[in-house]
Design a protein. Structure first.
Length: 246
């Protein structure tokens, strides 16, 4: 009888220990769940920041292509545009805000900050929803913030124009003998000169459309832009790359 009483006494003393151990494990599980929930909120914020930064950079890339095309069509300077500069940011940061909202976040702090050399957009966002109520105090009002930077990098460089080729004068003596004939053609030269006026007027129109092709080197490949066939103008992604920076 004494032995049985001792066993019951030991079991009664161990029961509170079991309860404490189970409670500790349960709290640990809830704490890990809170950490995971916070991590998920943080990852969602980073996804929103990445999408917003890329959206801003891609919008700017599209503007670069449009400006480059217009410069070639108008015959104006386009060097800075090819290098990823020379225009304002336009609606790039508005696009960043829109994409951030689509991913459950808003621009915060400095928001959308353009950078140069190279052209880039740094975006800071704050998640719209907090982490939520957990066993860790304060998480119900805790929002995640994240930052991302997207860079616009030119793919192409302008190739220098080829030097003009000189045609050899194979009949130098023949030209000298023809000097006498040049006197006979002198009177006719006046008539040719009058006709030259008409040709000169027409030359203005022809010269306006007669623009030399533009040779580019894009990612190791040759690309020629024909100003008379701008309907075949390359896409923005062929001229500029957009990527996230570390």
């Amino acid at each position: 009888m004494t032995a049985r009483r001792d066993l019951r006494s030991d079991a009664g003393q161990a029961f509170p220990i079991y309860i404490t151990a189970v409670a500790a494990l349960l709290f640990l599980a809830l704490a890990l769940f809170a950490v995971g929930q916070a991590g998920a909120t943080r990852n969602g914020g980073q996804t929103a920041a990445d999408a917003a930064a890329l959206a801003a950079a891609q919008d700017y890339r599209d503007q670069l292509r449009k400006g480059f095309l217009e410069a070639i069509a108008n015959g104006s300077v386009w060097d800075d545009l090819l290098n990823g500069r020379g225009i304002g940011t336009g609606d790039a940061c508005e696009r960043a805000q829109w994409f951030a909202q689509q991913n459950g976040a808003d621009l915060t702090g400095p928001g959308c900050v353009p950078g140069y050399l190279p052209t880039s957009f740094t975006v800071t966002v704050r998640t719209q929803k907090p982490v939520g109520k957990t066993v860790i105090p304060g998480t119900e009002t805790k929002h995640a913030t994240a930052m991302a930077k997207a860079v616009v990098t030119p793919r192409c460089t302008a190739e220098p124009p080829a030097p003009p080729t000189k045609e050899p004068d194979d009949d130098g003596q023949g030209g000298g003998k023809g000097g006498d004939g040049g006197k006979d053609d002198g009177d006719g030269g006046k008539d040719d000169g009058d006709g030259g006026k008409d040709d000169g007027d027409g030359g203005k129109d022809d010269g306006k459309d007669d623009k030399p092709p533009i040779d580019l080197r894009c990612d190791g490949l040759d690309l020629t832009i024909d100003p008379t066939r701008l309907d075949l103008f390359p896409d923005a992604k062929d001229l500029f790359s957009v990527h996230l920076a570390d």
